[in-house]
Design a protein around this ligand. Structure first.
Ligand code: SF4
Length: 497
C-alpha cells in the first residue's frame, strides 16, 4: 500500500512539474493583466499574456567609474562605496519581493552603477541569488573589463563553472567618458573595436569553458549622436549581440550631466534611424511591451545583411499565429532545462495537435520570405543567421514623473497633459524595481526621478568612500568620478573568432 501511495505521489509530482505553465505563473499573469490600464490592453500586449515584465535592482552598487552625459543616477551615487556584501544582501531582499509579487519567472537586470566594480565573487553571488528566485539575470556594464574578470565571475575559485549561461548588456556610445584606451570617443565608429572586444570575451568564455551567453548592445541617444545610429546597427549587428537597445535621453538623474536639449528627440525619429540601419521596416506593433510611448520592440533575425520580423504584420495568418502563441504558450518558461521544456511542449501539442500544422505553416512562410530552403540553409551554414531584437526604451522626464507619481499615490489624475501622459505610462510600466521596505514594486522612472536622490544620500552615509585628501579646487563632474585603473590598450582580439 505504501509503495502504491509513493507511486501516486510521484506521478502527481511529475504531472505538476510538466504542466506547460506553472499555476503560480498563471495567477501572476492574470494579476498583471488586471492591473493594466485599458489603453494598453491590446491584442499585441505581452504583459499579462506571456510576461510579467522586467525587473531591475537599485541601490546595490550605485557607483560608476565612467562619466556619461546624461547619467540617470543621482549626484550622490558616486559617493557610495561598492561593497559586495551589501550588494548580495540587497539583491537577495529585492529579488525575494519580486518573486513573491511577480511569480516564479521573470527577466531581471543586475544594474547600478557599474557592475564590474563588484569583485567577481560578489557579482557571481548576486547572479546566483537572482537565479534562485527564478530570475533570468542580465548584468549591465560599460563593458570595460578584462577577460580574466569575466572568467572569475563565470568560474568558482576551484575552476569549476558556476553558470552555464551568462547575459550581459554592454553600453557603448560617444556620450561616455572613461574607457581605457579611448577615454572619449570622437565617433561611434571609434568604439567598434571595443564592441567587438566585448563580444570576443564571451566567445572565448564559451570556447574555453562552455559557458553560453546572450549579449545586448545599449546606446543612449541624444541629438548629438542620433544620426550615427544606422552605422552603429550596420557595424555591430553581426558582432555577437542578440539585441540592440536604444535609449533616447531624458532629463532625469544628475542634472549636472544634462548637456543637450533631450526634448528635441522624437521617438519616431530615433526608430526611423534604427530602421535605416536594419535596412527594413521594424514592426513594433506585433509585440507590445507596456506602453508604446515607453517601449518599442521588434523581434526578428538577420539572414545575411537583411533583417526579417518573426511575423509579418500584413499577413493575417501570422497574426493568427501570434494570437495562438499567446493563447497556448503564454506563460511557458522558455528558460527551463531542455528535457523539462520538451515535456511541457509535448503536453501542449498533445492537448492541441492542430498547433503542429500552425507551426509548420509559420515555418514555411518564413522560409519562403527568406528566398527558399537553399538560401536559409546557406545562411545558417555560413553563420549569417543572427537572431536580433531591436528595442527602444524612453524614460520619462523627471519633472513629469515626480508630480505624476505624487498624484497617483492620492488616486488623482492630472489636468496637465504631459503629467497625465506620464501617469498613463507609469500605470503600464514594464520595468520595475522592488522595495522590500514598503512591499512595493515601483517603475524605474520613479526610482530614478523620485527615489534615487534620498536613497543614494542614505547609502553614502552607510557606505562612505574612503576619506580622501581635501580638494583645493571646487569639485567638478569628473572630480566626483573614481579613478579608473591605469590606462591600458585593449587586449588583442581573441584568435578564436
Ligand atoms: S521605467 Fe518609465 S519609461 Fe520605462 S516602462 Fe516604466 S514608465 Fe515607461
Amino acid at each position: 500500500m505504501r509503495a502504491f501511495d509513493s507511486i501516486v505521489a510521484n506521478l502527481r509530482r511529475i504531472e505538476r512539474v510538466t504542466r506547460p505553465v506553472d499555476p503560480e505563473t498563471t495567477e501572476a499573469l492574470a494579476r498583471r493583466w488586471e492591473e493594466l490600464p485599458n489603453h494598453v490592453k491590446t491584442a499585441s500586449q505581452t504583459l499579462g499574456r506571456m510576461a510579467v515584465g522586467c525587473e531591475g535592482t537599485h541601490g546595490v552598487f550605485p557607483r560608476c567609474n565612467f562619466v556619461c552625459t546624461p547619467c540617470y543616477h543621482s549626484r550622490d551615487a558616486n559617493r557610495v562605496r561598492v561593497d559586495g556584501a551589501h550588494t548580495v544582501a540587497e539583491v537577495e531582499r529585492q529579488m525575494t519581493l519580486a518573486r513573491n509579487v511577480r511569480g516564479p519567472h521573470a527577466h531581471a537586470q543586475l544594474i547600478g552603477g557599474e557592475v564590474s566594480l563588484l569583485d567577481p565573487d560578489s557579482h557571481a553571488a548576486a547572479l546566483a541569488s537572482m537565479r534562485r528566485h527564478g530570475r533570468e539575470p542580465m548584468s549591465f556594464s560599460h563593458g570595460d573589463f578584462d577577460y580574466e574578470y569575466l572568467e572569475k565571475v563565470a568560474l568558482g575559485r576551484d575552476g569549476k563553472r558556476r553558470f552555464t549561461r551568462l547575459s550581459f548588456a554592454g553600453h557603448f556610445d560617444t556620450l561616455m567618458t572613461g574607457r581605457r584606451g579611448l577615454r572619449r570617443a570622437e565617433s561611434e565608429e571609434d568604439l567598434n573595436p571595443y564592441r567587438l572586444q566585448f563580444c570576443d570575451m564571451f566567445r572565448r568564455l564559451r570556447r574555453d569553458h562552455r559557458v553560453r551567453y546572450f549579449l545586448a548592445h545599449n546606446m543612449t541617444v541624444t541629438p548629438a549622436n542620433v544620426a550615427a545610429i544606422p552605422q552603429v546597427v550596420r557595424d555591430a549587428h553581426a558582432m555577437g549581440f542578440g539585441m540592440m537597445s536604444f535609449q533616447p535621453a531624458a532629463f532625469v538623474g544628475d542634472h549636472r550631466r544634462w548637456k543637450e536639449d533631450y526634448g528635441r528627440l522624437g521617438a519616431d525619429e530615433v526608430w526611423a534611424k534604427i530602421e535605416e540601419g536594419a535596412g527594413s521596416r521594424l514592426p513594433y506593433d506585433l509585440f507590445q511591451t507596456g506602453d508604446v510611448r515607453c517601449n518599442r520592440t521588434a523581434v526578428g533575425y538577420y539572414l545575411g545583411k537583411r533583417w526579417f520580423p518573426v511575423l509579418d504584420p500584413e499577413d493575417r495568418r501570422d497574426m493568427a499565429n501570434r494570437d495562438a502563441f499567446y493563447r497556448y504558450l503564454g506563460g511557458v518558461h522558455w528558460g527551463a532545462p531542455l528535457p523539462l521544456l520538451a515535456m511541457r511542449l509535448a503536453r501542449v501539442l498533445a492537448a492541441h495537435p492542430h498547433l503542429l500544422a500552425t507551426a509548420a505553416g509559420w515555418i514555411g512562410r518564413r522560409i519562403r520570405k527568406a528566398g527558399g530552403v537553399t538560401s536559409v540553409i546557406r545562411a545558417i551554414w555560413n553563420g549569417d543567421f543572427i537572431p536580433m531584437t531591436f528595442v527602444m526604451h524612453r524614460f520619462i522626464h523627471a519633472d513629469h514623473v515626480a508630480p505624476a507619481w505624487e498624484l497617483m499615490q492620492r488616486g488623482e489624475v492630472s489636468n496637465d497633459p504631459a503629467v497625465a501622459e506620464a501617469q498613463e505610462r507609469l500605470q503600464a510600466c514594464f520595468y520595475a524595481m522592488a522595495h522590500p521596505e514598503t512591499g512595493e514594486l515601483v517603475p524605474a522612472c520613479v526610482q530614478h526621478a523620485v527615489l534615487d536622490p534620498a536613497e543614494n544620500a542614505q547609502l553614502a552615509q552607510l557606505l562612505p568612500m574612503p576619506s580622501r585628501r581635501p580638494r583645493v579646487s571646487a569639485p567638478t563632474d569628473e572630480a566626483d568620478v573614481p579613478q579608473v585603473p591605469p590606462v591600458a590598450e585593449p587586449a588583442p582580439l581573441d584568435a578564436g573568432l
